[in-house]
Ligand binder design. Sequence first.
Ligand code: NI
Length: 638
Amino acid sequence: MNHPLEPLTQSEVQQAVELLRALPDWTPAIRIISVTLKEPPKTAVEAWPAVPVAERRATAVLMNNALNRASTVLLDLAANRIIQVQLAPEGAQPTLSTDEQIECEQAVLASEDFRAALERQYGITDTSLVMVDIWSAGHYDQDDDRDTGQRLTRPLCFLRLDPTDNGYARPIEGIRPVVDLNTMKVVRIEEYGKWPLPPESCNYSPDRAGPLRTGIKPLLITQPEGPSFTLDDHQLTWQNWKFVIGFNAREGLTLHHIRYTDSGRDRGILYRASLTEMVVPYGDPRPTQARKNAFDVGEYGMGMCANGLQLGCDCLGDITYLDADLCDSRGRTLTIPNAICIHEEDYGILWKHTDRRLPDNPQVRRSRRLVVSSISTVENYEYGFYWYFYQDGNIEFQLKLTGVLSLGAARPGEQLPHGAMVAPQLYAPNHQHFFNMRLDFDIDGQGNTVSQVDLVGDPIDDENPFENAFRAKATPLRTEKQACANLKLETARTWKISNPSHLNRLGEAVAYKFIPGDNSVPFASPNAWWRKRARFVDHHVWVTPYAENENFAAGDFPNQSLADHGLSTWVEADRPIEDTDVVLWYTFGHTHIPRPEDYPVMPANYIGFLLKPIGFFDRNPANDLPPQITIGKSCEHC
Ligand code: NI
């Protein structure tokens, strides 16, 4: 039976497109930015499957290029009708569609002004090898009035030497076209001076990278009896875990209704987990570089930029794929084949003990993890999203950052303190990547409390004569403002999400622990324009009560926004968050001081977090794991 949170099928997307085209004021000037499942109410999902969910709804975001006005449409697919059309606030700019990316490049290459600037500055007359990468325009108070109320981009341009050359090796530094996506015309060419093209090529494809190393023998991962998970449409079951795999144009991969079967009981952990926003601010004040701060989720759409993955390359082993069913901005079918990869991995040992009195009987269990992943390419950069489920109840999220640095040209001998040289006359500015994840916990139900847990040493007194005592101090978070916090190394700060109405056999509230990984604070001033639009970077952890329309940390329309319309505004209400349906928002930053080794393509950087049961189970839930399963013979000792 289909789970009510399954993403829209391609035929449902097309049904929605037909309904939209039948709108009374439909015109060809309207682009369909996205069509996404409108999730049914939680109560309906919780009552399923005992009570079937008939509801099947979708939300579409439209952009009327003629009126420069976005709207949001709610559709009832079960009844095949439009429920509501709501105009977005004036000036709100929805996510850039992939069609606009392609058309924007063509518009720049066709622009006489652009061609003239290229010839004037570089003597280039052939634009067929020029790459134009769409970059969101952002908003700055220095912008003149003519920019206000337009749907703009400010692309970066590069030059290939031949059609398969790595063009990022040659940034066209001094020229910045500005494009109005509503008219799909270049509105002006900004020129900032002359920089020569960097002299060297640097390619990474196997036919051009130079001699390839040898000595790598085949490594095959086989599962002759198939994988240990079952997939029913988008419902996955593996090793006591059950969840639904979602996907949409904006967030890309999402996970829903994550439950664990514990001694026959179906226990809730996370209702929904998603990447809600990302901002990549650059730290170079020069006019060619200072306006680079892409909001990759709200401005580009992680789902729209998702890759079709390749067996044996992106994913190794016995792989199951799911396609992504989207549409392009003209409503045409857009299916990304193999967008989501699902497989099992061996992950070393899960637990081991040797009782020296029983030397022939060491007990060791291997850890196996289930991986659900996708990868998105946003022009030069790649982001990999990896959810790991473990047999001991852990859930891990890892982001892998790879792809090509956003590069600029340097003049010979030019001193550039806000970045690093990666090749002669080729420069990469310092930057940060801030991600925000929304984690809607339902630990054994909706009444959950988040506590901040700090490890503190005891006072030095008669009770602590050896001065060795320390304890975990849990502070229950009662309101939204109280919950805003940063990581703290001095107290090894973590967070605990518990259900005070469900006690374990030791009398403690059942709980999961949120364990942050690497993180950073923003180095730009709070008055930097990008920070005014992305207040979610002001704290690492935020907690809000569940609200149906609070889904994106920087608001619904961060593209060219004039202010933050997300988390920072919601928590102003300082709503109570104790023993209620809570959402934990985690902001984590990766600070990227580029290295020559990050060029031409960066080895992946990893960043993420871990969720770990703490009193959720009565004992190690992996105590029941059998010894290693191998073909023909079990491992020698265990
Ligand atoms: Ni980076």
